[in-house]
Design a protein around this ligand. Structure first.
Ligand code: NAP
Length: 236
């Protein structure tokens, strides 16, 4: 039995990932900011909930203190587009929006990975995005692109201990709170049409890929970014 930590594990991709590891009988810790939601989700899947805002150093330190001495896998899933519905306004607002996305998607992973690094044994998987591979998503895409680069530093640092660090970059994935209920049918159809497989990504698609990257079969894969988007963005 392994011990797995999934940040933002109560809903969406994080929840599907936590459930995938639970299906193996692993001990899973899920985190998030909304306590009630987190506790309910944890009870439903047999995981351990720890309330933690991954952008807050004190809360991450508290999380680390509550975790066992050995953590096999960390999934840095917490994140999202923090300025999805915040207009840029003046430069002060613009700066706040950029910092919010860098905190949500980059700093959250940096703090959690650094805090947990001494206890890790096997793998770190970070959630990137198709938005980090092409222009058009402003501060959100930039924050995911930065996460992808930094993950390779983690791979170099932890590699000598046999620990891998990779990014899984989803395209549009249904069954999540990512769009906060504001995804129009028209936009959804556009996202579907952009795939080569003509199917919508499901949270299980992402969870299965994350799980694979933590298995012995993936032991020689590190410092990589793996797109999971039905071909909506290809690397060649
Ligand atoms: N859905 C997509 O189409 C898509 C595409 C590409 C990439 N992604 C990425 O995939 C990851 C998961 O997204 P999702 O689609 O599953 O979104 P989601 O349904 O909105 O779930 C996000 C989860 O992260 C948690 N979270 C957010 N900020 C946090 C923080 N500061 N500290 C701790 N937990 C935090 C949320 O819980 P609380 O609010 O309770 O904290 C929630 O459990 C994100 O990194 C996202 O950027 C998603």
């Amino acid at each position: 039995m392994r011990t797995i930590v999934v940040t933002g594990g109560a809903v969406g991709i994080g929840r599907a990932t936590a459930e995938r590891f639970r299906a193996d009988g692993d001990a899973v810790v899920i985190t998030g900011r909304r306590e009630e939601l987190l506790v309910k989700a944890a009870a439903e899947m047999g995981a351990t909930p720890v309330v933690c805002d991954a952008t807050d150093p004190e809360q991450v330190e508290r999380l680390v203190r509550e975790l066992p001495e050995r953590v096999d896998v960390l999934v840095n899933n917490a994140g999202g587009n923090a300025d999805l519905d915040r207009p840029d306004g003046d430069l002060r607002q613009l700066k706040a929006n950029w910092i919010a996305n860098l905190e949500a998607n980059l700093i959250s992973a940096v703090l959690t990975t650094t805090g947990l690094a001494p206890r890790l044994t096997t793998a770190v998987v970070h959630l990137g995005s198709i938005a980090g591979a092409r222009s058009g998503s402003g501060s959100y895409g930039a924050s995911k692109a930065a996460l992808g680069l930094w993950s390779a530093d983690v791979a170099a640092e932890l590699g000598p201990r046999g620990i891998t660090s990779n990014v899984v970059a989803p395209g549009f994935t249904a069954e999540t709170e990512f769009f906060r209920g504001k995804l129009s049918d028209e936009r959804r159809q556009m996202l579907l049409a952009a795939t080569l497989t003509k199917r919508e990504g499901q949270v299980g698609d992402i969870a299965d890929t994350i799980h694979f990257l933590t298995t012995p079969a993936a032991r020689h894969i590190t410092g990589q970014l793996l797109h999971v988007n039905g071909g909506a963005h290809t690397t060649r």
